[in-house]
Ligand binder design. Structure first.
Ligand code: IMP
Ligand code: MG
Length: 178
């Protein structure tokens, strides 16, 4: 069985990070229109908070993806469960993700979306676990860096649960396979 233990990141800390990111993104894009792509399901809480702190004109879209695993990343395949509704050719795209772990999903997704000829692609993640990287991936905007612990809440799940927790908590699993 699993159990949610201590709070790692409070709602106040998350709020501060979101406000900072929103300001930075608004400044960086100036008045240009962006296509914000929320990655389902984990990013839904962060996305809702973040977009309300960004004052650029935007079109909001969603994708649901999973990476094919980490063995041979050179081909960069990502399985698309739900694709974009909008054409991103010539657009400035901002991908909004919950957490970057190995980096494989975002590396693959960026490659996939670049093939559609956008003007630019940047990635904004609420949380980042740089110590877990398996590929060389750096996000453009990071809310909060976290240590190598499995975390839940603020949209992040374990087996579909705990996404509704307002703060971020560490999850402990007996017998350990997360
Ligand atoms: P990556 O391809 O290894 O970077 O995978 C990132 C994805 O793994 C995220 O979008 C999450 O769905 C999931 N993930 C990674 N670490 C955690 C965690 O600590 N809690 C919940 N989900 C996580
Ligand atoms: Mg997940």
């Amino acid at each position: 069985m699993e159990r949610v233990t201590e709070t790692m990141i409070s709602t106040d800390e998350i709020r501060q990070a979101v406000v900072r990111l929103g300001k930075q993104i608004t400044e960086d894009y100036g008045g240009s229109e962006i296509v914000v792509v929320g990655i389902l399901k984990g990013a839904f809480v962060f996305l809702a908070d973040l977009v309300r702190e960004i004052s650029c004109p935007m079109i909001l879209d969603f994708m649901q993806v999973s990476s094919y695993g980490t063995g041979t990343v050179s081909s960069g395949n990502v399985k698309i469960k739900k694709d974009l509704d909008y054409d991103i050719a010539g657009k400035d795209v901002l991908i909004v993700e919950d957490i970057i772990d190995s980096g494989v999903t975002m590396q693959c997704l960026k490659r996939e979306l670049y093939a559609r000829n956008p003007k630019s692609i940047k990635v904004c993640a609420a949380f980042d676990k740089p110590s877990r990287r398996k590929v060389d991936f750096v996000a453009d905007y990071i809310g909060i860096e976290v240590p190598d612990e499995f975390i839940v809440g603020y949209g992040l799940d374990y087996a579909g649960k705990y996404r509704n927790l307002p703060d971020v908590c560490v999850l402990e699993v007996d017998g350990g396979d997360k």
